[in-house]
Design a protein around this ligand. Structure first.
Ligand code: DGY
Length: 472
């Protein structure tokens, strides 16, 4: 049972918000329209003026409720820049973005275009990648289109036929080149690939990275936030940039990176998302009648992923832990990534009970001083916790969406409903921010973050539909 105390919210007025789902949903739609670049969506108006990979997948999930064709286009545009190896780049650079808006920008990554596996450039891409939410998004678009009309459904089915081979190549890349040990766990070689850049999950592995000679570099990101403490610190950025330099030196080639790179980590959240995405890909494979051998492979990747995550389980912490391949040790830090088995799904009843207990405990959503009872990205009990600093503590609506979605998949609709309701309250109070200070509820980072708007659209889709039916 989740402790009741976990959900007693201070100064809490969610009823008002739930009386007006259409209004919040309309505001979310306006943000996506403002960030729309015709065929793709900026992650945020000024802080992130390019197309980011996992942002786009979440954005497609939200867009599906506005226009399933436009949602499909979001993924189509991203996958147009897929590498020959199957890699989906973490950033596709917008050639029209102001030159001093983002660093490291296209010119810094232009080297990636010289790799024989890179897509034609411009537009340039980075050579990192991010968690593979895309198959989940593609399936969601198809499901939503199925509730529209026959034409939309037929088009969405055609879209699945078109995107399936690309999704299959993407997952094969992750299951092979990014997991040469066949452990079921994806190796990342840069914290940016985790999507949780400055999480204390990476502190131990980053501490071992010795930064060499580097030119000075600009921090344009700091110009777009109220306070520099909301973004990763300069010691972290030095390491990020140094790792980029080493990746460039290795010609963005996985095998070379594996041989020489100082930062190689098995990322449990990335791996769990891949498991869930493989489940979605299996559904897609059925719809498009993909060959049996491919379906067996996808099923095998999902099974291997679940086994790999099982090995990373820590009985004392009741969480799953990342693994530092260079130091040959687990990274013992309590963060939302530890709920990876919940996201992968199909866990045993005992494991599920342990995860739910941990989620509701004072280490996460049950912490007595939280403004809203949703899990901070890092447990406030961790020494590396910082309430304002990006993934070191703030609450991320997109992480709550993943937990909500996973709780539904795990047969826990009431707990899912609770996370959804509280997350919507938080956004109704603080706006469509990238992340929130957990104790004050203050919005932080970018204030018009596309994926925050997207998850709101997904959360409110059923309420909005019921209100429309009632009004008709
Ligand atoms: C950033 O610039 O903050 C991104 O997370 C890197 O992809």
């Amino acid at each position: 049972m989740i402790a009741q105390a976990a959900y007693q919210v201070r100064n809490h007025s969610w009823r008002q918000i739930f009386d007006q789902p259409e209004e919040l949903s309309a505001q979310a739609g306006q943000i996506l329209r403002r960030n729309d670049m015709e065929g793709w969506t900026r992650a945020a108006p000024s802080l992130y003026p390019h197309q980011w990979s996992w942002d786009s997948a979440f954005i497609a999930i939200g867009l599906a409720h506005l226009d399933t064709r436009r949602a499909a286009q979001e993924l189509r545009t991203l996958f147009a820049h897929q590498w020959m190896t199957g890699r989906v780049p973490h950033i596709v650079f917008n050639p029209k973005a102001p030159p001093e808006s983002y660093f490291p920008g296209a010119d810094h990554w232009a080297c990636a275009a010289s790799s024989p596996d890179a897509p034609p450039a411009p537009p340039y891409t980075s050579c990192l990648c991010q968690p593979p939410v895309h198959a989940i998004a593609a399936l969601r678009i198809w499901e939503v289109a199925g509730r529209e009309d026959e034409k939309a459904f037929a088009e969405a089915t055609d879209f699945l036929r078109e995107i399936y081979p690309r999704l299959f190549a993407w997952h094969r890349y992750l299951a092979t080149l990014r997991d040469p040990e066949r452990s079921g766990l994806v190796t990342i070689y840069h914290p940016w690939a985790s999507g949780a850049d400055n999480s204390p999950r990476w502190d131990g592995a980053l501490a071992a990275v010795e930064v060499g000679e580097m030119p000075t570099y600009p921090r344009y990101d700091l110009d777009h936030v109220d306070d520099p403490s909301e973004r990763p610190a300069s010691a972290e950025y030095d390491r990020y940039l140094w790792l980029v330099k080493l990746i460039k030196r290795a010609d963005c080639d996985e095998r070379a990176i594996y041989r020489s790179h100082p930062f190689l980590v098995k990322d449990v959240l990335f791996s769990a998302i891949l498991v869930a995405a493989n489940d979605a890909l299996l559904e897609i494979a059925k719809v498009v009648e993909a060959p049996d051998e491919e379906r067996e492979l996808v099923d095998g990747w999902a099974g291997r992923g679940r086994k790999g995550l099982e090995k990373c389980w820590d009985d004392k912490l009741n969480l799953c832990l990342d693994y530092d391949l260079r130091a040959d040790r687990s990274l013992r830090v309590r963060t939302v990534a530890g709920f990876a088995p919940l996201i992968a799904g199909q866990q045993s009843p005992e494991r599920l009970a342990a995860l739910l207990g941990e989620l509701a405990s004072p280490a996460f959503a049950g912490h007595a001083e939280l403004r809203w009872p949703v899990p901070p990205s890092t447990s406030p009990e961790e020494p590396g916790f910082h309430p304002r600093s990006y993934w070191r503590g703030p609450v991320w609506p997109v992480a709550n969406w993943l937990l909500w979605w996973s709780l539904i998949r795990s047969g826990e609709p009431e707990r899912a409903a609770q996370i959804r309701r509280v997350s919507l309250d938080q956004i109704a109070e603080g706006g469509f921010a990238e992340y929130f200070e957990p104790f004050s509820g203050k919005p932080l980072g970018s204030k018009e973050q596309s994926w925050t708007a997207a998850v709101v659209l997904d959360w409110l889709a059923d309420d909005v539909r019921s209100a429309e039916i009632e009004a008709a």
